[in-house]
Design a protein around this ligand. Structure first.
Ligand code: FES
Length: 118
């Protein structure tokens, strides 16, 4: 059964630097979304080939079609540092491959502390 785990003070989770905790044998990173300023919690293991996914970057998703028309969409992805695959920061879904999903976890702030459910 999953429980809420106290990870860090909210003020310690800053943009661009993941806060990594080990919970039940898994490394889980809490990151600050630069687009929303909210927090996301993602397992620190890429489902493609096992990179430390939380060392990637959080970015606004860009979508487009062949022919050069691209647009920013209302969605944040984490970009894997090894091969550049993207995973939705909230759902974990890879937009390019529906069979590929990163593990994500509920995260909340209570009394200035970051809690992750895992
Ligand atoms: S290990 Fe993450 S995209 Fe390959």
């Amino acid at each position: 059964m999953s429980e809420w785990h106290d990870i860090a003070a909210e003020s310690d989770v800053v943009e661009g630097t993941p806060t990594i905790a080990r919970i039940g044998g898994r490394e889980i990173g809490v990151l600050r979304d630069p687009r929303t300023n909210g927090l996301v919690a993602i397992r620190n293991r890429c489902p493609h080939s096992g990179a430390q996914l939380c060392l990637g970057t959080l970015e606004q998703r860009v979508e487009g079609e062949a022919g050069g028309h691209y647009e920013l969409v209302d969605r944040t992805v984490i970009v894997c540092p090894w091969h550049g695959w993207e995973f939705d920061a909230t759902s974990g879904q890879c937009p390019e491959d529906k069979n590929m999903r990163a593990a994500v976890y509920p995260v909340k702030v209570e009394a200035g502390r970051v809690l992750v459910q895992a």
